[in-house]
Design a protein around this ligand. Structure first.
Ligand code: 5GP
Ligand code: ZN
Length: 112
């Protein structure tokens, strides 16, 4: 199976991995839509929310907690967005569940 997020987390493809533990990795989005745009990705391949079940759903809580910690680490805890595109119709391009973490707008304003 070829999945770019599985390959990035396995270091078979290049990617800026900012954090990882046993269950998930956090990488920089290659095409950022905010000053800070990270992707929180379970290591286990799960296509989308639709594939979650009672045994795998706990990864959702882990992803939220990782978003909170990474927002603090990036200094954007005062305001950030988390987003999951679920399904092609909703704009999901990569069929491996991931949460977008977007922020840093205030920091950009400060630079002007
Ligand atoms: P989706 O549209 O599936 O919710 O989000 C996929 C995201 O992955 C997009 O924001 C896109 O820029 C990002 N992306 C796609 N290919 C790569 C890649 O090879 N490396 C990284 N770091 N991000 C990618
Ligand atoms: Zn995958």
């Amino acid at each position: 199976m070829t999945c770019i997020f599985c390959q990035i987390l396995a270091r078979e493809l290049p990617g800026e991995i900012l954090y990882e533990d046993e269950e998930l990795g956090i990488i920089k989005d290659i095409n950022p839509e905010a000053p800070i745009h990270l992707l929180i990705i379970p290591k286990r391949h799960i296509d989308s929310i639709n594939s979650l079940d009672e045994t795998t759903a706990q990864i959702g809580a882990k992803m939220f907690l990782a978003a909170k910690k990474m927002a603090e680490a990036q200094g954007i805890q005062s305001g950030y967005k988390v987003l999951i595109n679920n399904g092609r119709e909703a704009g999901q391009q990569v069929r491996h569940l991931h949460m977008h973490l977007l922020g840093g707008w205030k920091r950009m304003q400060g630079r002007r």
